[in-house]
Design a protein around this ligand. Structure first.
Ligand code: F6P
Length: 197
C-alpha cells in the first residue's frame, strides 16, 4: 500500500523591509521613491539568500504596491504579487517631510505622536490602530495552508503583521524593532532574524 506522506510542517512567513531607500537616508516620512546604493546592494544579497535558502516553487512572494518594495523584489530576482494593503502607514499631510521638519513646523503634532504613537492619526492619514486593521485584511490573503510566504514590505506594516501573527498586544506595536537589511523568519510562534548587510 502506498502511503502519501504529505509534509505537515508549519508554513513559514519571511518578512523583509525593502532595501534602504532614498527617503531612509534623508530621514523622510513616507514618500514613494527608490532605493539608495546600499538598498540596491541589500536587494542583490537578498537574491542570493533566496536562491540558497528558499524553496521558490512553493513560496508566494508579495510586495506592497510601492516603488521601493517592488524594486527590492526585482533586484532580488523574484516576481511578486502586489498587495496595497501592505503599503506603508499613510502619513497624510506629513508624507515627504522629515521627522525634524515635523518637529519644527508642527510641534504639537510631533508631541501628540510621541505621547501616544499607537492612537495618533496623521492629519489626513493613518494611525497604527488604522494600520492594524488594514494589515489584518492583508493577512487574510496570506496562504498559510499550502505554501510559504515571503513578504517584502515596510517598517510600520511589518510591526503590525508580526504583532498579529505572534499575538502581541497592540501597545507593543509602534516601538517594535524592525531592522533594515534583515530577513525575519516566522514559523509558528518562533521568530528569527538574519542580518544580510
Ligand atoms: O522611516 C521609514 C518608514 O517606513 C516611514 O516611511 C514610516 O512613516 C515610518 O518608517 C514608520 O515608522 P514610525 O512609525 O516609527 O515613524
Amino acid at each position: 500500500m502506498l502511503i502519501n506522506v504529505k509534509e505537515k510542517r508549519e508554513k513559514i512567513v519571511y518578512i523583509s523591509r525593502h532595501g534602504q531607500s532614498e527617503m531612509n537616508v534623508k530621514d523622510i516620512i513616507g514618500g514613494n521613491g527608490y532605493l539608495s546604493p546600499s538598498g540596491v546592494e541589500y536587494s542583490e544579497k537578498l537574491g542570493d539568500y533566496i536562491a540558497n535558502n528558499i524553496d521558490t516553487e512553493n513560496t508566494r512572494f508579495v510586495t506592497s504596491s510601492m516603488n521601493r518594495t517592488r524594486q527590492t523584489a526585482m533586484l532580488a530576482g523574484v516576481s511578486p504579487e502586489q498587495n496595497e494593503d501592505l503599503d506603508e502607514i499613510d502619513a497624510g499631510d506629513f508624507d515627504g517631510l522629515s521627522y525634524g521638519e515635523v518637529k519644527c513646523r508642527f510641534p504639537s503634532e510631533y508631541e501628540a505622536r510621541k505621547d501616544d504613537k499607537l492612537n495618533y492619526r496623521y492629519p489626513n492619514g493613518e494611525s497604527y490602530v488604522d494600520l492594524l486593521k488594514r494589515t489584518r485584511l492583508a493577512l487574510n490573503s496570506v496562504d498559510f495552508e499550502n505554501c510559504d510566504n515571503f513578504l517584502i514590505i515596510h517598517q510600520a506594516v511589518a510591526r503590525c503583521l508580526i504583532a498579529i501573527m505572534l499575538g502581541l498586544s497592540d501597545d507593543k506595536v509602534p516601538q517594535m524593532e524592525i531592522p533594515l537589511h534583515t530577513v525575519i523568519k516566522i514559523q509558528g510562534s518562533e521568530i528569527t532574524y538574519q542580518k544580510l548587510l
